[in-house]
Ligand binder design. Structure first.
Ligand code: KG4
Ligand code: ZN
Length: 335
């Protein structure tokens, strides 16, 4: 079975082809075009600009995946597309394209919730990973912990009550002269700083939720005081986020009696956080599964894989009705 994945929810245009052969997964092609440099000039993603760039890139990327995989269009069995959540104009591009393909090729089109893609992305690199496990999506829009307790049930366990972790990285980077996206900028600068230089506050210590506004204010105060270098501020901020995410993940795993954790989403690209979480979890006898960097950032392979997981054992007929809308959030997942 060959599954086409399409992802255009934010500023990455991504197209994939995933082949599923029994329990073997083969990536036939994954092409992702990041618009990050285009949006960096504006200090964040400009929705209209994102939609226009998706429009320009989607067909060339689609053709590249066909050429790389050496298949013909009719070899595809399922078309999957992110239909929520995201920038509505950006989602429209992917959804309209997927529907056009489905209509022309007479193939089912499976709408996928973007978070389902991130949650399940840990399984793509680790085929032996099976539920139950704890999954965190830490990205520009979400900091959510899920209990993945059977193949298709994602139970929301804890979430941010204000900013997402990635958003905090982006805003802190702006405070110290970095461009969007802030995560990679902070990570690079932090290499020259001391993670223990400044003791920033950790909010909501005794709950399952997150809150980053106090940390952001504390960083701004440190920036204004000019007592510490930007490198020390970056390193101490990054360390605080690492401790915060790790504490909550270990707390969730212990409470729910899970021995596996997946960290996914753009923030999961961060080498310091990956290492810190892995080391702390090891001390607790918990295994951490970290998707490869290409699968932490927004990508269409995770969407194709989610479609495979979600449709497994199902009749595909119900996906022949192309009447679903972009942005429609009636999904099997709490956010
Ligand atoms: O999952 P993603 O690619 O898109 C969303 O669905 O939001 O995540 C993007 C977010 C941005 O806020 C970006 O600053 C953050 O992930 N990010 C990082 C790193 N790389 C990207 N945060 C921390 N460290 C990184 N290396
Ligand atoms: Zn994402």
């Amino acid at each position: 079975m060959i599954i086409r994945g399409i992802e255009t929810s934010c500023d990455e245009t991504s197209i994939a082809l995933l082949k599923v052969d029994g329990s073997d997964l083969h990536t036939l092609s994954l092409r992702t075009y990041s618009q990050a440099d285009i949006h960096a000039v504006f200090g964040g993603v400009v929705p209209e600009v994102a939609s226009r760039n998706h429009m320009q890139k989607i067909i060339p990327l689609y053709q590249q995946t066909i050429d790389e995989a050496g298949i013909v269009q009719s070899d595809i069995d399922i078309i999957s597309v992110t239909n929520a959540p995201g920038l509505i104009g950006a989602l429209f591009v992917g959804v309209a394209f997927a529907k056009g393909l489905g209509y022309a090729l007479k193939k089912p089109v499976v709408p996928i919730h973007h978070l389902s893609g991130h949650i399940l992305s840990g399984e793509l690199d680790n085929p032996s990973l099976k539920p139950p496990y704890i999954a965190m999506v830490a990205s520009g829009g979400h900091t959510h912990i899920y209990d993945v307790n059977n193949p298709l049930s994602f139970t929301l366990w804890g979430r941010t009550i204000d900013d997402a972790a990635g958003e905090a990285f982006d805003k802190v980077a702006k405070m110290i002269g970095g461009k969007y996206p802030g995560g990679p900028f902070i990570e690079r600068l932090a290499l020259e700083g001391n993670p223990l230089a400044i003791k920033f506050p950790i909010a909501l210590r005794d709950t399952d939720n997150f809150c980053f506004s106090g940390l952001k204010t504390a960083v701004l105060t440190a920036v204004n005081k000019k007592e510490f270098s930007n490198a020390d501020i970056a390193a101490s901020f990054q360390h605080t986020v690492a401790v915060t995410l790790t504490n909550k993940l270990i707390r969730a795993a212990k409470t729910l009696n899970r021995d596996k954790i997946v960290l996914a989403g753009g923030v999961a690209c961060n080498g310091y956080i990956r290492k810190y979480l892995s080391e702390r979890a090891l001390e607790e006898g918990i295994t951490v599964h970290l998707p490869s960097i290409a699968l932490c950032n927004d990508n269409a392979l995770m969407i194709a894989y989610a479609a495979y997981r979600i449709t497994q054992g199902q009749q595909l007929d119900k996906y022949s009705d192309l009447g679903f809308a972009a942005g429609d959030t009636r999904h099997n997942i709490d956010v």
